[in-house]
Design a protein around this ligand. Structure first.
Ligand code: SAM
Length: 325
């Protein structure tokens, strides 16, 4: 593959996404950033560089960008990657991004919501990813995004649960989400999200980001994180969706001890004595809470107690679905 696609040489370089650049652009177009869509733009050029650098892109990379906003990060990515798919839900920003990438033959933009719901990616997005990947232009797939706050967790979790060969994700998320992604057993942030993500991938903090590096300035700090899916971990998990379902059920009753949670979740097929017997066989103390267990203990519990994937869609019933949101 050429080190520089022909069209890129004809294109304008990526604009410097500074505060004054954005203010002028938005004034000109009559755009007001929407808080509910997480429209907080990264205006620190060094940090935009760091995000792109951490992705370690070359022309063999197929990059997914979720929430391309003005298209300036999209353009930066396209300058280095083989192919970029940008997904943007907001019509005004989709139009802006389209203008920005005009003439680049290695960028495809999709006007769509990345999610169908909190549990599922939008099938249209997945079909487009599949179609582009099958063209065989690239050897690796990476996700690089300044993720919208409201959907960052389901985007990360749902992409990890797909069979897509994602080599890494380098993303910005709310600091509180980064803490939940990286949390260790027994700490206050440890829960279903940490267990799911760390069961499938290695997670590392790249940099904590103060609110001032975004515009409009959010109320909370953010973080740039690196998530690398590990094939051996995935093999150990077996059925990732079964694990997600199990964790969601387990953490819907965070206050109860393990024995109590399992006994009520599986009351229709296991007596309390059977729950105790299985816990004893696993060498796990039923009087502790799930949040005190290691990742490996969660995996052993899931294998022993959770029904296979086909059944897990309907049982057990859990009303609280906030664990991965
Ligand atoms: N990439 C740009 C940057 O780095 O400055 C913009 C990032 S901004 C934090 C998040 C973008 O995601 C916004 O443009 C927003 O409209 C878009 N967005 C929000 N929710 C989305 C969704 N469910 N699907 C696709 N895009 C979404």
């Amino acid at each position: 593959m050429d080190s520089k696609p022909r069209s890129a040489q004809l294109n304008h370089p990526s604009p410097r996404q500074t505060l004054s650049y954005l203010r002028n652009l938005f004034d000109e177009r009559g755009i007001r950033p929407k808080n509910k869509l997480g429209q907080n733009f990264l205006i620190d050029l060094n940090l935009i560089d760091l995000l792109v650098r951490s992705a370690e892109l070359d022309r063999s990379d197929f990059v997914l960008e979720i929430g391309c906003g003005t298209g300036s990060l999209t353009t930066r990515l396209a300058e280095q990657a083989g192919l970029v798919l940008g997904v943007e839900v907001d019509a005004a920003f989709f139009a802006l991004a389209q203008e920005m990438v005009q003439g680049r033959d290695n960028v495809v933009l999709l006007h769509a919501d990345v999610l169908r719901n909190k549990n599922e990616l939008n099938p249209t997005v997945l079909a487009k990813v599949d179609e582009l990947w099958r063209q065989g232009r690239c050897a690796r797939m990476k996700l690089v995004s300044n993720l919208p706050y409201a959907v960052a967790t389901p985007v990360i979790a749902n992409f990890l649960l797909t069979d897509l060969p994602l080599e890494r994700m380098t993303v910005t998320v709310q600091w509180e989400i980064a803490e939940r992604l990286m949390a260790a057993p027994g700490t206050k942030d440890y829960g279903a999200l940490a267990v799911l993500v760390q069961s499938l991938a290695d997670v590392r903090l790249i940099r904590k980001l103060p609110p001032s590096v975004f515009w409009p300035k959010p109320e909370v700090a953010s973080a740039m994180v690196f998530i690398r899916p590990v094939p051996a971990k995935r093999e150990r998990v077996g059925q990732p969706k079964r694990l997600r379902h199990f964790l969601r059920a387990l953490y819907a009753h965070r206050r109860k001890n393990l024995r109590g949670v399992l006994a009520s979740l599986y009351a229709s097929r296991l007596s309390k004595e059977e729950v105790d017997r299985q816990l004893a066989e696993l060498g796990i103390d039923g009087s502790v809470r799930a949040e005190d267990l290691t990742i490996e203990q969660h995996l052993r519990l899931c294998q022993a107690f959770a029904p296979p994937e086909e059944e897990s869609a309907s049982s057990p019933d859990t009303s609280d679905s906030s664990t991965f949101e």
